[in-house]
Design a protein around this ligand. Sequence first.
Ligand code: NAP
Length: 513
Amino acid sequence: MTTLRLTVNIRATKQRVWEIVTHPERYPAFVRDVQDVTVLQRSQSVALARWRIRHDGVEFQWTEQCHYDVEQARITFHAVRGDFASYDGSLALEHAGPGVALTLNATMDWGLPSFGKVIAPVVEQRVRRAFTMMLVAIKRYAERHRVARTYAFVIHPLDLELIRVAFREPNIAAPRKELLSKTFEWLPPFKCSDIVGLQSLDGHEVDGALIYCPLLPEQMVANGGAMALRKTIEAINVAESLGVHIVGLGAYAAQIGRKGVLAAEAVRVPVTTGTSYTVAMAIQGIETACRAVGVPLSRLKVGIVGATGGVGSTCAELLAPRAGALVLNARNQTRLDELTVTLKARAPSVEVLPTAELDWLVANADIIITATSTPGALLDARALRPGTIVCDVSRPRNVSPQSVEDAHGSVLVFDGGVVKPPGDVDFDFCFGLPPGLAYACMAETMILALSERYEGYSIGGNISAPKVEEIARLGDALGFRLAALRWCEREVPTETVEIVREHLRNRAAVVWV
Ligand SMILES: NC(=O)c1ccc[n+]([C@@H]2O[C@H](COP(=O)([O-])OP(=O)(O)OC[C@H]3O[C@@H](n4cnc5c(N)ncnc54)[C@H](OP(=O)(O)O)[C@@H]3O)[C@@H](O)[C@H]2O)c1
């Protein structure tokens, strides 16, 4: 009986190595000893393959059955017939440093119980050498022609449910939150996955990585964000060690330290928050919703919750010439008044109504954009006027998901800034969107990487309407598109659009087109 455990580190993405090890029929082209692998049967999770290898002039043959566990990135195999009395084991992939670790576990029985003891040491040495050569050949093949990894994006969990889903840990429940939060404080940031398959319309490809900053939203904002800033810098350092040229910051990692400025000052790689493209996509989302319900934006009052913030104020600036009127809300009245003066100077004909009263905004706005830095539900969909459209840009969301369910389609609530990047993007990690979709802040980093614009595009207070328009143009040319309007796990149902359309039809101030 020979038992082996071999690991090789490969500087390539997990997806690329998985693609190689699940297609052993290609091995003869690059693994010296492998003469032929014929796949006799294959489904998504099982394959039957006949192997013929020749080592030092001796030929071995066997037929093995493989089980593919895509989620765990693990193949288990066992020989069903051939030259061994038994041969089974596994091949497993794990993210490790800048690449992945490929580990082979194998046990083979030669069926020679007595003589086996005599030959065991030499056979084991030979088998070890043959398998090592195979793993090294896979490594070389995977590392050849690899797409450049040019960008990374720092994420953090928005709630416990996302941790449960992302790490497939069903036992994370509310009573354990305190313990989990503490553990997160101890845990350093790490690369949680490779992002592959991003390809612009002109065929340019770049790969990226997701870096996990293990802090929940309330930990991110605790103590003025001091711990969050330290961890965000550590996360950017992890990204830098992967050799990327630009790093994007997501959700509250983008809020702390003067919106990325302090983090950027502490590292060498350029850092962006993604705010410019988020604004572009929020506005496109609103235009899409208006088209869907058939009402021109110029006839609607747009309310912005978090109006004085980076996202809110730039949305206000861009919407002022297009909307029927603006209702601005935040807690600080002085800043609201200052913003009102600025907007009136730029678009004198638009009516701008500043209010620190959220209820007043809710009672008067036809469309609401939420973009606040307060985690948690500020808006209850059941309290909105029927027919109201809400673009919730905030992460975590500001509209209670349960209340949207309970509103039974009387309001159209959608997630702001959800984008379909070009190509066949695989994040290999669940961060809250279905496969293939990205948040606009992530997409901004991707656009800059594809454009080789390695710069702190959206950082601190440097967001402006012309920059929003520029990044929207760049994204459009590369093939980035706003995703279909969706809320939480699903697309906004057509019936909701119809109901909202009907409510708006009856609203006096709205002129029907
Ligand atoms: N979907 C995406 O891709 C994406 C990308 C970037 C950002 N975001 C999200 O967008 C949101 C805003 O980001 P930002 O960079 O614009 O933040 P920001 O500059 O800090 O602005 C936050 C705004 O919210 C207001 N605010 C805070 N708490 C409030 C409350 N309880 N009621 C009313 N207003 C409140 C603040 O003013 P006062 O302090 O005066 O109230 C300020 O106007 C965040 O949730 C962020 O995670 C999403």
